[in-house]
Write a protein that binds this ligand. Structure first.
Ligand code: PLP
Length: 386
């Protein structure tokens, strides 16, 4: 019997990565040794103290009951402590909610605040969940906030019409452009949100994956942000724990309460043992500097970044060395789908920029979540193809 999808499912845009995924599958079936520079998932392992904590906490039968929708008190206390240590931001426990990874919170925040037809400003190019999993699946209307090269991939706040907008998303360090932001720009954003009474959803998933002494700020460091902002974070990229699904949202009390209300009807919080592991992981920060394991992790990534960017520049493709994330956003001088297909022909998978939004056209995203040896091999193949 044919069943019809809900109309909101039909409003989801066509999946632009599907064609590339089909080609990848075909290459693999042909036995091609494919190097993927398209995966946004770290290949490096979690630090050993984290896997040991996971072993211990999972072995404790007391840690297998339901958690609270807002998260365990110890977990929320650890997040409060981490924000104070890392960013110098004061929070109360009621300003924290545990998430099944930040993606879940980003999708559910719209369920708490977006009515059908409400407008949401969504960066373009961007992580697709803001427009799709969040806005469209809540019957909101997504309005693009172009991130252009000439503006350093930051939104041109002075020229945005904020009238009749209910919510906006922003993400720095940024996926896919790898752009970073300073507090001066964030202050402009907070003022814009306050002036227009807009809920500001700030995605800070990559704040700890940084290079060259850059330290990413929290939106909550900015004056006035607690009036309008909620920040999403997770242990996924910081501790190489993407599959463990543990994250958190913090900030404005009412926004956190709304998200918690939605979650209490949908899930019962992350597993208690992962929250206990997160408590131990976050305690690795004893001051605002990155802890030892993270410095080592970022140095490995930095070496790979340099290799990839130096090669691309040498063969005439313009891209900057990013100060954060594990992405390189390459100006591919034309159609991004064709560029990706050309590289696939030599066994290298990259992500066409158009898949992140129309303003992503003309760029491709390459990740350095592969070993140095594989990146060298990928660079050789790219140099040959281009
Ligand atoms: C910008 C951005 N935000 C959020 C996420 C979600 O991460 P997680 O749900 O693992 O916390 C990702 C994942 O790739 C991302 O790139």
């Amino acid at each position: 019997m044919p069943f019809e999808f809900a109309s909101r499912i039909n409003r989801l845009p066509p999946y632009l990565f599907a064609e590339i995924e089909r080609q990848i599958k075909e290459k693999k079936a042909q036995g091609v040794d494919l190097i993927s520079l398209s995966i946004g998932d770290p290949d490096l392992p979690p630090p050993p103290f984290v896997t040991e904590a996971l072993r211990q906490e999972a072995a404790d039968p007391k840690n297998h009951n339901y958690s609270f929708s807002q998260g365990e008190p110890d977990f929320r206390a650890a997040v409060v402590g981490w924000y104070k240590t890392r960013f110098g931001v004061d929070l109360a426990q009621e300003q924290v909610v545990a998430l099944l990874g930040s993606k879940e919170g980003i999708a559910n925040i719209a369920r708490a605040f977006i009515n059908p037809g409400d407008r949401v400003l969504v960066p373009d190019p961007a992580y697709p969940v803001y427009a799709n999993g969040s806005t469209i699946l809540c019957d909101g209307i997504s309005k693009p906030l172009p991130l252009l090269e000439e503006n350093g991939f930051l939104p041109d706040i002075e020229n945005i019409d904020g009238r009749h907008v209910k919510m906006m998303f922003l993400n720095y360090p940024n996926n896919p452009t790898a752009a970073t932001v300073d507090k001066k720009h964030l202050k402009q954003v907070v003022d814009f949100a306050k002036d227009n009474n807009i809920i500001l959803c700030y995605d800070n998933a990559y704040s700890e994956v940084t290079y060259d002494s850059y330290r990413a700020p929290s939106i909550l460091e900015v004056d006035g942000s607690m009036d309008v902002a909620i920040e999403f974070h997770s242990l996924s990229k910081t501790f190489n724990m993407t599959g463990d699904r543990i994250g958190f949202a913090v900030g404005n009390k009412q926004l956190v309460a709304g998200l918690t209300k939605v979650k209490s009807q949908i899930d019962s919080g992350p597993p208690v043992y992962t929250q206990k592991v997160a408590v131990k992981a976050l305690a690795a920060y004893t001051n605002s500097d990155a802890p030892e394991f993270l410095r080592k992790n970022n140095l490995i990534l930095q070496e790979r970044r340099d290799l990839l960017v130096d090669t691309l520049c040498k063969i005439g493709y313009k891209c900057d060395k990013p100060k954060a994330t594990f992405y390189v956003w390459v100006n591919c001088k034309g159609d991004s789908m064709q560029f990706a297909t050309k590289l696939l022909d030599v066994g290298v998978a990259v992500t066409p920029g158009v898949g992140f939004g129309k303003y992503g056209e003309g760029f491709a995203r390459m990740t350095f979540t592969q070993s140095k040896e594989r990146i060298v091999e990928a660079c050789n193949r790219i140099a040959g193809a281009l």
